[in-house]
Each structure stands twice: as structure tokens, then as C-alpha cells.
Ligand binder design. Structure first.
Ligand SMILES: C[S@@+](CC[C@H](N)C(=O)[O-])C[C@H]1O[C@@H](n2cnc3c(N)ncnc32)[C@H](O)[C@@H]1O
Ligand code: SF4
Length: 385
């Protein structure tokens, strides 16, 4: 089974008003304490999973490009001491496109990072201001081109379905994004998350986001433009030319195994044939304290029932364009997916044109049609109800 390691860095320079990730603004960060805590947590994780081959490491956040490069280097060196790593392992770091961070790209590469994912969000000045970003479109363009000179692989994120966004303007932005991209783009629809400043401002009607019809048009144009450019969606929000997919995220979607290390990080590990979900303490100071007082930052660990694993495997796998091969689900359902899925619901989804008919497939796979991919949550809800 594939195996990856997620490292969460929970700090940002400022908090974006739409973001509900576990990210915090802190005046003082004691790097030596964090270094010791990451290394201790990795040693603990390695003790549980010594024989795995690490295929990917992902530094996510927060803003991991604010990490000192020597801390990234120490974490990667520790991983190489504890485990065998694949020759072609993927080491991704999320980066924000400010000049301070661009200057560190060379040092990150020297530390072992071979892929960066840059949070561009928009190529329009006004929209970046609205999103509370600290960079300009030109800085974003510069960050992308510098990253492409330095790293083997790059990706960047855009957020669409923004207030007042027209289909034409989004098409132009996508065209520019494609001209800048080297094979991977993450395109997220703006979601208004509870507990964020955007949630309050949206509730007060200070701004509106595109209604369902316009949002659907924006989604459709995204698929059309990216497909024409040879970068179809391989996952709900992720587009790549063949071979440039994020291997780390594929581990999640294909229900592989991963350690989650750092405040709020989640993991899925198989110990003695039993799959566990793990979750680290969310608050940075508590995580740090727990790791220094014990051997790890775990808040909880739960043995997943076969039915829970079946549901997770299905929900993650259906996010992929390729769907979920039935063979991946069989270990969780005694070899018969219809012991846990309602056959009638499935047939109904097939006749409704939102799921493909497995009976014609050589490798039996649960997969949506392009129509069903658009309303994946509804399809999953129906299939699992
Ligand atoms: C962990 S976050 C951010 C990484 C990095 N700190 C940054 O801001 O560039 C990963 C991505 O999630 C997306 N994202 C975060 N909150 C979102 C929201 N409310 N709606 C849509 N996309 C969101 C953004 O595109 C962001 O780049
Ligand atoms: S979007 Fe990125 S930079 Fe902004 S608060 Fe969230 S994690 Fe931090």
C-alpha cells in the first residue's frame, strides 16, 4: 500500500478572511521547540510504521514557506533516517508568493523539496485585495516563473466563483493561468466557511457570491478550457497533464496510508491489519506541549470498522475522475459491494445518467459520469443513504 507523510505548519503572516484551515498568526515562534517536536513525532510514527517506503512528503499549512529551510532539511533528513524512501519520492511544499518566500526557494530545493504548490488565488489585483492577500498579480507571476526555474514540478491554486466574477473574466484568467502553468493547477470554488470573517460579512450581505446557475457556468467553463488545454480534472478541484498529478493527494484519494504530523493533522495507518484514523491536537501550543511531555501530539486514535473504511474509501475514491475500482472496496465488504450499497439506488443513478454502468467495464469501477461529477455530494449521499 502506498505510504506518505503530511507535515502541518500552522502559522501564517496574516489570516485570510475566507480561510478556516488550522492556521494562526503568532508574534513569536520558538523554532528550536518546533524542530524538536517534529523530530520526536516522526520518531514515534516511524516506530509504528518502520517497514514502509515513503513515496511522498507534503508540507502543508498554514504557510510552510515561512518555515526556515534548515528545519525542512532536518525533517527530510530524519525521514530518510527512519524509513526507506522511494528513489522518485515527491516532496511538496505549499508556498505563498511574497518576495520573502520566493528568496527562499533555492534553499528549499537544497533541503530536498522537489515540488511547490503556490497560493496564487487570483490574477486580478482587486480580487486579491478582496481575498485579503498580501501579494500582487505580478508577484504571483514572478513566483511561478522563479519556482519553475528551481523545482522539478510546480502547481498553483486559484479560487473562483468570487463576487461579481463573470464567465468571460474567468475564461481570460484561466487562459493566463494556462499560459503560466507547467502541468498542474488546483481550482477551488470559493466556499464561505463558518467562523471566518467572510461568513459574517456574507451574512450581513456586504457581498454576494455567484448564484447556483452562474456558479455552474463557471464550473462548466473551467472544465471546457482545461480539457481543451489537455489538463482535465483528475479530481474534483485538481487538473493535470497526464503524469503530473499530485502523488501525495492521490494517496488520500486512493485510500493509501499516511502519517499526519503537526497541529490538527490527520492520519490513516494500518497496524497489524487494522486501519486507524489518527488526529493530532489542533492548538499549536497544546500540540507542542503534548509532544514535549510525551512522545507524540496525538489527540485521538480510532480503530475504523470495515463499514467506516468502506465509506471512506468510496467517498475519497469517487472524488477522482477514474472513480473507485471495486477491487479496492472488496476487502471492506466481504467481496460484495452491494452488501453495503443499495443496488436499487445504484441502478437508479445509472439510469439517471450520473453514474456509469459497471456491467460494461472490464475492471469493475464505481465512477460518476461527467454530469454526476458536477454534483458528487448529492450522488454520494444517495448512494450511501
Ligand atoms: C492550505 S490552503 C493555503 C496554502 C497557502 N497558505 C496559501 O494561502 O497560499 C490551500 C488552498 O486552499 C484554498 N482555500 C482555502 N480556503 C478556501 C475557501 N474558503 N474557498 C476556496 N478555496 C479555499 C486556497 O486556494 C489555498 O491556496
Ligand atoms: S489561505 Fe493560506 S495564507 Fe491565508 S490564512 Fe489560510 S493558510 Fe494562511
Amino acid at each position: 500500500m502506498s505510504f506518505g507523510i503530511y507535515i502541518h505548519w500552522p502559522f501564517c503572516k496574516s489570516k485570510c478572511p475566507y480561510c478556516d484551515f488550522n492556521s494562526h498568526v503568532s508574534q513569536s515562534i520558538d523554532i528550536e521547540l518546533w524542530r524538536a517536536a517534529y523530530l520526536k513525532s516522526l520518531a514515534y510514527g516511524a516506530g509504528k510504521t518502520p517497514d514502509r517506503i515513503v513515496e511522498s512528503v507534503f508540507f502543508g499549512g498554514g504557510t510552510p514557506s515561512l518555515m526556515p529551510p534548515d528545519l525542512v532539511a532536518d525533517i527530510l533528513a530524519a525521514i530518510q533516517r527512519h524509513w526507506r524512501v522511494a528513489n522518485d519520492w515527491e516532496v511538496t511544499l505549499e508556498a505563498n508568493p511574497t518576495s520573502f518566500e520566493i528568496e527562499k526557494f533555492e534553499a528549499f530545493r537544497a533541503a530536498g523539496v522537489n515540488r511547490v504548490s503556490i497560493g496564487v488565488q487570483s490574477l486580478y489585483e482587486g480580487d486579491l485585495k478582496f481575498l485579503g492577500r498580501e501579494h500582487s498579480p505580478d508577484q504571483a507571476r514572478f513566483a511561478i516563473s522563479e519556482a519553475q526555474k528551481i523545482f522539478d514540478r510546480t502547481s498553483f491554486d486559484l479560487i473562483y466563483a468570487r463576487p461579481n466574477q463573470t464567465v468571460e473574466a474567468w475564461r481570460r484568467e484561466l487562459d493566463e493561468a494556462l499560459s503560466l502553468s507547467k502541468g498542474h493547477l488546483s481550482l477551488y470554488q470559493l466556499t464561505i466557511e463558518k467562523g471566518t470573517p467572510f461568513f459574517t460579512r456574507h451574512a450581513r450581505k456586504e457581498f454576494t457570491i455567484p448564484e447556483q446557475d452562474l456558479a455552474a457556468d463557471l464550473y462548466d467553463v473551467t472544465q471546457e478550457v482545461l480539457e481543451q488545454a489537455g489538463m482535465p480534472a483528475y479530481e474534483v478541484s485538481n487538473h493535470a497533464v497526464l503524469g503530473q498529478e499530485s502523488r501525495h493527494n492521490l494517496i488520500y484519494w486512493q485510500y493509501g496510508e499516511y502519517l499526519g504530523i503537526g497541529p490538527g493533522a490527520h492520519g490513516r495507518v494500518v497496524l497489524d491489519g487494522q486501519r486507524y484514523s489518527t488526529r493530532d491536537h489542533r492548538a499549536p501550543d497544546i500540540w507542542l506541549e503534548r509532544v514535549s511531555q510525551t512522545s507524540n501530539g496525538l489527540q485521538g486514535q480510532e480503530a475504523l470498522t470495515l463499514e467506516a473504511q468502506f465509506q471512506e474509501c468510496l467517498m475519497m475514491g469517487m472524488r477522482l475522475r477514474d472513480g473507485v475500482p471495486v477491487s479496492r472496496l472488496e476487502p471492506f465488504c466481504g467481496g460484495n459491494v452491494f452488501s453495503l450499497l443499495d443496488r436499487k439506488s445504484y441502478d437508479h443513478l445509472v439510469t439517471g445518467g450520473v453514474m456509469e454502468d459497471m456491467s460494461f467495464m472490464q475492471e469493475k469501477t464505481l465512477r460518476t459520469t461527467p454530469q454526476g461529477f458536477k454534483c458528487l455530494n448529492a450522488v454520494l449521499g444517495y448512494l450511501l443513504s
